[in-house]
Structure formats: C-alpha cells, structure tokens
Design a binder for this molecule. Structure first.
Ligand code: HSE
Length: 434
C-alpha cells in the first residue's frame, strides 16, 4: 500500500553534496516515492549563508536556524552533510531527541564519536546510516554491515582517499615529484587549498576507523589508527618500486591478528605489486579489498568523492531509512560485541623496503646484514649499486626484508642510522599485498 502522507526530510548543509541531494530528491521524486512506499518531502534546508543563490531549491525552505528546524517535531529524517565535529554532533543528537532518524556523510564525527551517536540513535529507537562517510558512492558500509554479517572479515585493505591516489598516480605515470603532482591536483580541483587532511592521511584514517569498527565488530576510534601521510614519497621511491615490479599507494589496512585476539588499523604509503588489484586503481578512484573467511576476496571500486557520487550514497541511505520508518523498524545499529583491543603499530607484521646510502668499502654489507640479524629481521633481497650521482666511495644499498614486527623493523632502521658506514637512510617504505 502506498502511503500518501509524505515523510518529512530536513537537510543540514547545502554545499556540493547537499545541493545535489536536494536536486535528485526533486528530479527523482516519483521513483523515490515508488521505492520507499511514500513520498518524501524536503521541508527545510539549514545553511550558514542564506543569501547564496541555490538553484532548484525553494528559498522558503532555507533557514539559518538548524536547531529550530529539528525541533519542529515532525521531521522523519535528517540528512547531515555539514561535516566536522560541531555543530554537527549537537544537531544529530537534537535530531534523535526529536524523533528523527539520521543519514550522515560525516566521517570525522563518526570516527571520533560514533559510539555515542549510535547509542543516542538506539536510545530513541531511530536509525543512523552513513554510507557516504566512507568511499563516496561505493557501496561498502552496507555490504560490510549487512551482506557480510554472516561471515568473518579478517582483513581490509583499501585506497580510501581520491586526492592522494590522484597525486601518487601522477607521480607514477609521469615521474613527477610530490609538489608538482600536488599542484596539478589543486589546479584540477582534486586537492583543496589546504590539502593537509588528505595528504597527511587524516581523512583516510577517519575512514579506516569506521571500517575497522564495522569489519571486526569492535570499537575503533580515530586515535587508535596509526597514520603516516604521503608527503615524503619521492620520485626515487617510485623508481625503486618500479624496479621491484611495484607501485606506491596510500593504503588503509585493517587486520585481525593471527590469534584473533586483537586488531590493528593503519594508514600509510606502501609499495604493492603491480599484479595486485589495488595497483590498477588510477586517478582519484577509490577501491577497497576485503578478505572474509567464507566469501574469500572481494573488491569494491568506484568514485570515492564528489557531489553526485556522494549524493548517491546519501540517497540510498535515505530510501533505506524511510523504508524502516514505514515498517516501524530500525536497521542495524552499532555492533561492537567482540570488544577486541586495538594493537599498536609495533605489533603489525609487515615488510620493509629500505634504501641506504653507504660507504663502498669491504665489510659494510656484512655490518648492515648483522644489524638486521641482531633485531631478528630476515633479509629477502639486497641490491647494491654505485651512486647514480657519481659520489665517490659511496653506494646505494636497497634491502627488502621478509615479514617481521614493525617494532623490529623500525629498531633496525634506528640502529642502521647509527652506523658510521651508513651515510643516510634515503627511504623506508612498507611493502604490502603479496
Ligand atoms: N577528500 C576526500 C578524497 C574525499 O580525496 O577522497 C572526501 O572524503
């Protein structure tokens, strides 16, 4: 039975994503009505700058008083696309207190305070959906929360930041340095004027925290995620990666420990083999590789940002939340029953690619090899060559290790730096995906 009384929707924020959500709600109104089983009506749009011209949006819907909009008491669903911690957190709480379900695209807030928001949703018997918070249009949160709910996810490895993937892809394909590739990303609108959140890995770390919580049914906060940005990745790192049949990606890696007793979550640049599916993710695309016990290996791929793709994810959530409302039910809430501790980076088992500038004289290789052995790190390959810049009596030594705890690997590097014969550590990069 089709309900004729509309479900009322309030939109908080009307930027690139919000305006696209409003547009699609209007242009696809009939389809949305059929899919939901009732019409949806946009009854208010809270903005900071009311004078801005917003094509396709009835000016009578615009307000600067978001709290008053939420306190009308008749709102069924609130769509929050403001971003940031406050006022978004207070507004979402107000929405639940006033009987609305919430669809949010706010990764920073969910990574920092997801548990409290889920608790508020549950307390008021409402939904909190956030497909758009991770990897834009790519269906990932719902497949992991629902489709894989009967399986056991052991590992998630993904490219969840389009800006940095664009920069790294340019460096790889053109030989450009970091700054040159960043400038191109800025000129094309991929990178923001202040690119810190993207290039230092904060954006990816927030997404990693959200995905780790869902994957392992435990609470993982932003502070639990080890984070390294990609500003130090150089053209010579790419040259080394190429020699190994690899490329370099900024990866979010979430793992269940082999004994199942803990999990780890990390974001850092890493070399991956060209044969790995994530290596072929080009430009600003995102992709997430999920390894589950019964399902095996799954890959989710698509546009991870932008107005339309993010609006697609928001609208999918809107339909789901409205359907739940009509069924007088709620969808899945937080699942954190495993309560697994999050281990530190030192416990992560990985491989290193280390490039050293060393004195080219007898015994140096043995000294370097001994340092690895003393830290319990086994060497996989060693390559030595004279310095390309022709510096006399010096050589470049590239060591690739077998898998070892990160603490042992970083201890090795620290000890190498202290050797008289090691003139410098040119680069250190983890190797993943083998
Ligand atoms: N700035 C992000 C990216 C999109 O480049 O992927 C929003 O999370």
């Amino acid at each position: 039975m089709m309900r004729t009384r509309p479900l009322k929707v309030a939109l908080l924020g009307c930027g690139v994503v919000g305006s696209e959500v409003a547009r699609i709600m209007t242009t696809h109104a009939d389809d949305l009505t059929q899919r939901i089983g009732a019409p949806v009506e946009l009854v208010g749009v809270a903005v900071r700058r009311p004078s801005k011209v917003r094509e396709g949006i009835d000016p009578a819907l615009i307000t600067t008083d978001a709290t008053a909009l939420l306190k009308r008491g008749d709102i069924d669903v609130v769509i929050e696309v403001i971003g940031g911690i406050e006022p978004a957190r207070s507004l979402i709480t107000t929405a639940f207190e006033n009987g609305a379900s919430v669809v949010s695209a706010n990764k920073a807030l969910l990574a920092e305070d997801g548990a409290a928001l889920h608790a508020a949703a549950e307390q008021h018997g409402r939904d909190l959906y956030y497909e758009a918070a991770v990897a834009g249009a790519i269906p990932l949160v719902r497949p992991m929360r629902e489709s894989l709910a009967g399986d056991k996810i052991n590992r998630v490895m993904g490219i969840v930041n389009g800006t940095t993937n664009f920069i790294l892809d340019k460096m790889d394909s053109t030989g450009a340095g970091y700054q040159e590739a960043l400038d191109e990303a800025t000129a094309l609108g991929y990178a923001e004027a202040d690119p810190t959140a993207d290039v230092e890995g904060y954006d990816a770390a927030a997404k990693a925290a959200i995905l780790a919580g869902i994957a392992f049914h435990t609470r993982v906060r932003l502070d639990d995620v080890y984070r390294e940005g990609m500003t130090e990745v150089s053209a010579s790192d790419f040259a080394s990666a190429k020699r190994m049949g690899c490329t370099i990606k900024l990866l979010a890696i979430l793992e269940r420990a082999a004994d199942g007793a803990s999990v780890t979550a990390r974001v850092h640049p890493a070399m991956i083999p060209l044969t790995h599916p994530l290596a072929s993710v080009r430009e600003a695309y995102n992709a997430v590789f999920v390894e589950a016990e019964a399902a095996g290996r799954l890959m989710f791929y698509g546009p991870g940002a932008g107005g339309s793709p993010t609006a697609s994810a928001v609208l999918g959530d809107l339909v789901a939340v409205c359907r739940n409302k009509l069924a007088e039910a709620t969808g899945p809430g937080e699942s954190a029953y495993t309560q697994l501790p999050v281990s530190t980076m030192g416990d992560v088992v990985t491989r290193y690619h280390i490039s050293l500038d060393v004195a080219d004289k007898p015994g140096v290789l043995a000294q370097v090899a001994t340092t690895f052995a003393e830290h319990g790190v086994s060497i996989d390959t060693v390559r030595q060559q004279g310095r390309p810049d022709g510096v006399g009596n010096e050589a470049s030594l590239v060591v690739v290790t077998h898998r070892a705890p990160d603490a042992a690997l970083s201890g090795t590097v620290e000890a190498l730096r202290k050797l008289d014969t090691v003139r410098g550590v040119a680069s250190i990069m983890r190797v993943e995906g083998e």
